[in-house]
Design a protein around this ligand. Structure first.
Ligand SMILES: NC(=O)c1ccc[n+]([C@@H]2O[C@H](COP(=O)([O-])OP(=O)(O)OC[C@H]3O[C@@H](n4cnc5c(N)ncnc54)[C@H](O)[C@@H]3O)[C@@H](O)[C@H]2O)c1
Length: 366
């Protein structure tokens, strides 16, 4: 059967000038550009594609269907979906597979998947033979606007998120929104979690923009969210200052996510971040940074759109407190937060007294 490819000429290219890698965002034209990119740079080298079983099923066929010359013979490596794959054991298995398949320092690894695949694949690539090139092709909304950008890679350890990892940038990020066609609604909502975070830390008018943002995924909104993440990570690549703003919602969020996942509750990263943002907003109110009305409006909006209350009910204060101690941002005994307040501004390195942190947590867990 003859294939007819209908293309909209909407591809938008954002260049990272001084950092030297390109980000392309658009429809399936982006995949054709990916093919060209691989052909230009890796024509004589082995190309590997890392997927999880869902992206093998739903995303790889979109690439196969285009019959792309430089990608069709790529070796596909597949992991199970979920945080369980962001582990040192799976990392090591992937390293062994690369060795068995003859990967060398000129090979390239294409991470085709959500944040799990790009965090894991980026860590594999940035450490295999002291670092090989990797390309991120994000397939979830969350990975498109956040995880695929900024060069943080890693795996979890000891039941705590992202304890082992690297700062290493991909050579390219190719964002094709065609992958969103098969993404479950819960995962779309998860992506909105990080998009909302980007708005709240950077835009004083964020509250008036939330409804519009959440109505439907728009390419402009993806581009704006990518631009916010890029601007911040370019300013402070290794997170010594400004980049910490991106951790808003993540101090409580990571602890909550680790706890609920350990109990077998299937919560998405974006949902955990939304929970974290609500708790951190309360903290911000207690510390006189955010007004009660800003906090309440954000909270009302989030509760109306996302079903988070059932997760809050399952939290155990003592366990979440224990997990907070492992947060990478901590210095000394106190837990370090990035807190929004007023909306559009984010204060970093805020270290409230333990009693305040515990009392905020208790408010949400009852
Ligand atoms: N490195 C960073 O800067 C950064 C930033 C934010 C989040 N993260 C990390 O990202 C991870 C979460 O990423 P995520 O939310 O993308 O989750 P994910 O990678 O687990 O993907 C979510 C689910 O959707 C499936 N899937 C992916 N693409 C699909 C598609 N197009 N169609 C159908 N199913 C599809 C996956 O198999 C998985 O089951 C967390 O581990 C988080 O810590 C990293």
């Amino acid at each position: 059967m003859k294939k007819t490819l209908l293309r909209l000429k909407t591809a938008l290219v954002i260049d990272l000038n001084n950092k030297g890698y390109t980000i392309k965002l658009g429809n399936d034209d982006v995949l054709i550009e990916l093919n060209q990119f691989v052909g230009d740079r890796y024509a004589d080298n082995n190309v590997f594609i890392l997927c999880d079983s869902n992206t093998t099923e739903h995303c790889l066929p979109k690439i196969d269907w285009l019959d792309l010359e430089h990608l069709k013979d790529a070796e596909v490596l597949e992991v199970e979906p979920g945080e369980g794959s962001k582990s040192i054991e799976i990392y090591y298995q992937l390293i062994e597979s690369l060795l068995e398949l003859g990967a060398n320092r000129k090979s390239v690894l294409i991470n085709l998947g959500g944040g799990i695949v790009s965090d894991l694949g980026g860590f594999v690539a940035s450490t295999f033979k002291r670092g090989i090139d990797f390309i991120n092709v994000p397939t979830t909304l969350l990975a498109m606007v956040d995880a695929s950008i900024g060069g943080k890679n890693g795996v979890n350890a000891g039941g705590v998120k992202n304890q082992i990892g690297t700062f290493s940038e991909p050579v390219g990020v190719f964002i094709s929104y065609v992958f969103l066609e098969t993404l479950p609604k819960k995962e779309i909502n998860s992506g909105f979690g990080e998009m909302i975070k980007h708005l709240l830390i950077s835009d004083k008018q964020a509250l008036s923009k939330l409804d519009q943002l959440h109505s439907i995924v728009k390419i402009d909104d993806i581009a704006k969210s990518v631009a916010i993440k890029l601007r911040i990570t370019q300013e402070d690549f290794t997170e010594s200052g400004a980049r910490k703003a991106l951790n808003y919602g993540h101090t409580f969020g990571h602890a909550v996510e680790s706890y609920l996942l350990s109990k077998g509750v299937s919560i998405t990263h974006g949902e955990a971040v939304l929970m974290g943002m609500l708790m951190e907003n309360q903290l911000s109110v207690e510390l006189g940074r955010m007004s009660q009305s800003e906090k309440q409006s954000t909270e009302n909006w989030v509760y109306a759109k996302f079903d988070l209350k059932s997760y809050f009910k399952q939290l155990e204060v003592a366990e979440v407190i224990r997990l907070l101690q492992f947060d990478k941002k901590n210095e000394g005994d106190l837990v370090s937060f990035s807190l929004v307040g007023p909306i559009g501004n984010c204060a970093i390195d805020v270290r409230p007294e333990k009693t305040i942190v515990e009392s905020v947590l208790s408010m949400f867990c009852n």
